[in-house]
Structures are given as C-alpha cells and as structure tokens.
Design a binder for this molecule. Structure first.
Ligand code: URA
Ligand code: CA
Length: 434
C-alpha cells in the first residue's frame, strides 16, 4: 500500500477502506509516513469529508494506536462524561458524587494538561492532602466500594490523535466535524468507558458557534459510539456565557461543594441534573429521565451526594473539614471588584475571555511544566439578561499579584457585552441527541 494512492483517492472524492485508514494511522504513529503526506490527506478529508463508516474506522484506528484502559474489574456499567470545552467546567466535580450516590460507578481517569484553569485533579488538590497516587488495584477497589474514584491517567493513550491534532492545528484542518468527532471519541473509547455522555457546547465560547453545527457534531459522535458498541448520548448546551459563577481551581471546588449542599448556581445544577440523568439511564440505574432526575434530586436533598463527595475525598487522603467549612480552602490575598463601565443589559459574556483572564491570574498552566496557583480566579456576579448600573460590581477578581489582576480586569471588561435593549436569555439546553 502507498500513502500516495490513499491521498489521491480521497482527493478525488473516494471512500477510504478500513485497511487504508489503518495503514496511514499506523505509519504516521510509527513515523514511517511523513507530516507532509498526512497534511495533504487531512486537507483532502477536510474538503471531501468522510462517511460514517470511515469516521468510525478512523476513530478505532486511533484507539488502537496506543494503550487502552481496562476497567472490566469494576462492577456495573461505567459511564464517562465529556464536555467539548467550556471555561471552568465545574460539572465533573458535582456530577461525580451525584451520580455515584445514585448508584452508578464513576471511574474517572484525568490528566492535568493545559487550560484556562487546572484539570479535575488540580482542582481537587485544593483540598489539603488529596492525592491521586494509588495502585490500580486500589483505584478499582475504591470504585467498587465507594462508586467514585479519580486517578491520574498514565500510559500512552491515542498517540495517533496527539500527533494528528498537533498537525491539524498548523494546517487549518481542525474544524472538520469528522476529524473533531473521531479525535474526541477515540480518547473516550481508549479510556475504557462502556457508555459515554457528551456535553456539546454551543455559542461564542464553544468550538461550534452555531446550533446547527453543534447538533451535527453531536450526531456524528453519537453515531461513532453506537457504531463501535458504546452507547452514547449528547446534550447540546449553551456556552454564550460561563456556566455557574466561579472560574478558578479552589473557587470551583467551593462552587461544587455549594451545589452539592443545594445552594449552588441554578444553571450549573440544572445541567448536572440533565447530564446525570443520561448517565444514570445509560448505566441502567434508572428506567427513564423522570426517575433519574428524582434519584439525583433526592441524593442532593438528603445530603447523600455531599456525603459521597466526603467519603471519596477521605479515601484519597483529603482533609474533609475543608468541605464542611470551605473558608479553609486556599485563599488569594487580593480581592478586587470589577465594575461596569456603563449601564444596560448584559447580552453576552465571552467565556474564552473570562478563561484568559483566569489564566493571566495564574489559575491555569501556560506550558506543560508550568505551575498553578490554586487560590486565584474570578467570580462573575452578573449573568446574561441582568441589568447593570454604571459602577455595579459585575465580577470579583481573586489574585496574588496586582499587575496580573489589572490584566485580568481588562479582559473581563472585554468579555462583558452590555447593550441598551433588553435581551432574550438563551436556553441552557437546546436538545438531546441519542
Ligand atoms: N477536542 C479534541 O480533543 N479534538 C478535536 O479535534 C477538537 C476538540
Ligand atoms: Ca464554573
């Protein structure tokens, strides 16, 4: 087989065979096929597209390019959740305990990675003593006993995707639905989940800016999952403003704890109920959405979800007094109010910009080796639809450096769009693709 023929076939609009897809993914991972040929193929795929079968084959070829995590020793149906991006995504911290309290196993293997804020592990390390250091046997035992564990992802998962994603980034071939869908799904499948719930974000702060594109991406991912025997459901949710109020590591942990205590932001809680319901149904712990929601709401009201979070944190060495009293979480030295520069209705809060503001405070890593300041971040206090007077506080900055705080303040002003006319608030959830 020759890479040249594969490029030519796709360039002319042909359908690639499974063997051809396997050949190019294997060769690219090993290094026997050069970047320039793969670049040409990516561009041909970008213009000619791939059908469902090709997309599923590409996904599985990437899954098979590296290690796969085996969760088979965990009892029950393991459902994983993935968000296509969003700033300060606190849902995992809330969903894990809620879903676990309702009986479904949650085995989360997380990375640290780059981003506006840290990953799930970094956030949890705001709690003194919390650690993901444990043997694989201990991880499995914890999930079987408590129904919830967070471990560090080790091993070499989907190396083909890592190389391809980096190449797409510099060849203007990221925004193709087949390529995005196969990239995301390959990572979820390699991570060992039996079933997958996707939170596909739509709006200014998301990959997919329009509702139609977001549904198309959701459908593509659901089809891949179904095609390869992993039940997959997607929820399309709004990203025209950050979810909840907190962006920052310790601040998000506090927000998650507040939500588990029943006094968190309503949009965050609502999205967790929606995603959690799908997770419970896929793991066969609820027969329909009504029953699933009731179980999740009951778990929060009875404090079982909060207690589940404590049980899990304690099992991983964390100091649970910080959960009872969130004032004990890491705290920044400076608190600075950001005030509206004009009056009117908030029409949009660009999530990306808020994320960059948090990053500039030190809440996330700019390079792989970078360190994170767990205490810093932003709490937004006005949401889309709210009316603000000039000089009203729209957000609060938590910082340890006044110069960084000034940079963040500028970015927060850029994120907030304030208009004269009353604005219609967009729905939180646009639909579900099954
Ligand atoms: N996220 C991914 O992991 N891959 C893509 O291609 C796009 C977003
Ligand atoms: Ca948040």
């Amino acid at each position: 087989m020759r890479m040249y023929d594969i490029i030519l076939k796709k360039r002319n609009g042909g359908e690639l065979l499974k063997e051809e897809i396997d050949f190019f993914i294997e060769g690219y991972t090993k290094g026997s096929i050069p970047d320039y040929q793969v670049s040409a193929l990516l561009m041909a795929i970008y213009f000619r597209g791939m059908n469902k079968r090709e997309t599923a084959d590409l996904t599985m070829a990437m899954v098979n390019s590296g290690d796969k995590i085996d969760l088979s020793k965990i009892e029950g149906i393991k459902v994983d959740k993935h968000s296509t991006g969003g700033v300060g995504d606190t849902t995992t911290l809330v969903l894990g305990p809620m879903v676990a309290a309702a009986g479904a196993p949650v085995a989360k293997l997380s990375g640290r990675g780059l981003g506006h804020t840290g990953g799930t592990i970094d956030k949890l390390e705001s709690i003194k003593g919390f650690s993901v250091e444990m043997t694989q046997d201990k991880f499995i035992e914890n999930v079987n006993r408590i129904k919830l564990a967070v471990g560090a992802q080790t091993g070499n998962l989907t190396p083909a995707d890592k190389k391809l994603y980096a190449l797409r980034d510099v060849t203007a071939t990221v925004d193709n639905i087949s390529l995005i869908a196969s990239s995301i799904m390959s990572k979820k499948i390699a991570a060992g989940a039996d079933a997958i719930v996707l939170d596909v974000k739509t709006g200014s702060g998301a990959f997919m800016k329009t509702i139609d594109d977001s549904f198309a991406l959701a459908k593509e991912m659901v089809d891949i999952g179904t095609n390869v025997g992993r039940n997959t459901v997607a929820i399309i949710s709004d990203m025209d403003q950050p979810l909840g109020f907190a962006v920052g590591n310790a601040l998000e942990v506090k927000e998650a704890i507040d939500t588990l205590k029943g006094c968190g932001p309503s949009d965050l809680y609502e999205l967790c109920l929606a995603l959690g319901s799908q997770m419970l149904m896929l793991s066969k712990k609820a027969k329909d959405e009504k029953e699933a929601r009731e179980k999740l709401e009951a778990a929060v009201k009875s404090k079982e979800a909060l207690n589940k979070f404590k049980e899990f944190v304690k099992a991983q060495g964390g100091d649970i007094s910080m959960i009872d009293n969130t004032e004990l979480l890491p705290k920044a030295n400076l608190e600075i109010d950001v005030k509206a520069e004009k009056e009117g209705f908030v029409s949009k809060i660009t999530a990306d910009e808020i994320g960059l503001a948090a990053l500039s405070l030190g809440a996330g890593r700019e390079t792989k080796e970078g360190s994170i300041d767990l205490s810093v971040g932003i709490i937004i206090s006005k949401k889309v639809g709210d009316y603000v007077n000039k000089r009203d506080v729209i957000a609060k900055i938590y910082a340890n450096d006044i110069e960084k705080a000034k940079t963040a303040e500028q970015k927060i002003h850029e994120a907030y769009h304030i208009v004269k006319e009353k604005v219609e608030v967009r729905p939180l959830i646009y639909g579900i693709v099954t």
